[in-house]
Ligand binder design. Structure first.
Ligand SMILES: [Zn+2]
Length: 410
């Protein structure tokens, strides 16, 4: 399957959601899992009472009591999902510390900055979040010498790669490196993850291992090149849910140590010593080479719709080619299908439900995406050619990953 066919199948699915799903839904409504009437959470993930999921019940109770329970429930973010006071300023000050480019009022950069080529390595996927991140960093910190790095895991979608190139060109002033490790590394990782899912499904197994490995490759490149800072575009929800952090910067102790596990798997027993070098071991580099790691979206107010609008407005990503569930990575359709087949819901849903709850993602859109996916997966009709193609590249069958037979004819 070539990339044009892949994109066409995805576009067809998105059109189906927009145009025909409202009518089609009635015919299959009885088979769909009930979902929270306030966000979109499936009953298969959490029990509904009066049509509300636990988080929404807590928020409604908080609203009635006027006690601000909603803000407390979301932990790391304050009222209405805004970042903690002072976080944006603290991040701005941190980034300023590393700005090494000369300016009119201070022509010579500090000695530490003068001895290096780049001040920060930006992990750059070409998706809308990283596009917005690059744009904002260039606008607010023009003296920060950025190296944008796209780690191609071998399943990087052609849409994402084309976007990445175009975004870097449009924004300008940034060197861009595409790093593609040997394909066996990620094939092995995906094969293991897809066939050893933990209880959170693909989201906490496949996506987690992929993300950890990409980030660790970024850390190793930064250490190798002597870049003192790594910047990544995780949302505040992801920083909290996935990394378990309550701050925009990863704790120094974590960065100085070795990663022992990913998604619960012991990396030393899973990978050869040669392969283990792609995973992070801060002790290998010495403290001076270990980059600080920051997640700006944790400090900035993150609004999915606003990010998307700005990115499309800037002409950075073509409209319709920016659905993050589908365009980022050729393994995502498989993840969605496997999760729905095995758990009855997609492991990405809780994160999107939280974005809906915070008013940061459009409820109708994501409700339609997840319900339509739920209906189509059971019939083997959810992006069947995309999924078949990715499984072939991983040398896996439908039975290996536990999904219904794909309907590849019509
Ligand atoms: Zn809810």
């Amino acid at each position: 399957m070539n990339s044009t066919e892949r994109v066409a199948e995805i576009q067809h699915f998105l059109e189906f959601i927009m145009m025909r799903w409202p009518q089609n839904r009635e015919a299959v409504a009885a088979r769909l899992a009930p979902r929270c009437r306030r966000c979109i959470l499936s009953e298969r993930y959490a029990p509904l009472v009066d049509g509300l999921c636990p988080a929404c019940r807590q928020e409604e109770a908080g609203d009635e009591g006027g006690a601000g329970v909603a803000a407390g429930a979301s932990g790391a973010v304050g009222e209405a999902g805004t970042p903690r006071a002072g976080a944006a300023e603290a991040l701005r000050d941190l980034l300023r510390e590393y700005e090494g480019a000369a300016s009119a009022d201070s022509p010579a950069p500090a000695s530490a900055a003068a001895s290096r080529e780049y001040d920060a390595l930006l992990l750059f996927s070409g998706g809308k979040d990283s596009a917005f991140l690059l744009h904002r960093l260039r606008a607010e910190h023009p003296r920060l010498r950025l190296l944008a790095v796209t780690v191609d895991n071998g399943f990087f979608s052609s849409v994402a790669m084309a976007n990445a190139r175009r975004i870097v060109e449009r924004i300008g002033g940034v060197d861009h490196m595409v790093y593609r490790p040997r394909s066996e590394l990620f094939v092995k990782t995906f094969r293991h993850a897809f066939t050893h899912l933990n209880e959170g499904g693909c989201y906490t197994t496949v996506d987690r291992m992929d993300g950890d490995l990409v980030f660790d490759i970024g850390r190793n490149l930064a250490a190798m090149l002597g870049v003192p800072l790594m910047i990544a575009g995780l949302s505040s929800e992801q920083v909290r849910r996935v990394l378990g952090l309550d701050h925009f910067e990863s704790p120094r102790s974590r960065e100085l140590a070795r990663r022992e596990t990913s998604a619960g798997f012991d990396l030393q027993s899973l990978y050869t010593p040669e392969e283990q070098r792609y995973w992070w071991d801060g002790r290998r580099w010495g403290e001076g080479r270990v980059p600080r790691v920051v997640y700006p979206f944790f400090a900035w107010d993150y609004d999915e719709a606003a990010v998307r609008e700005m990115v499309v407005e800037l002409g950075l990503i073509e409209p319709g080619a920016d659905n993050p569930l589908i365009t980022n990575n050729d393994t995502i359709p498989v993840m969605v299908a496997v999760d729905i087949a095995k758990m009855g819901y997609c492991g990405f849903e809780p994160e999107f439900a939280e974005l809906v709850r915070q008013g940061k993602a459009d409820r109708a859109t994501w409700l339609a995406v997840f319900e339509a996916a739920e209906a189509l997966v059971g019939e083997g009709r959810f992006l069947p050619h995309c999924i078949a193609d990715t499984l072939t590249r991983l040398d896996l069958t439908e039975a290996d990953v536990g999904i219904p037979k794909l309907q590849l004819n019509g």
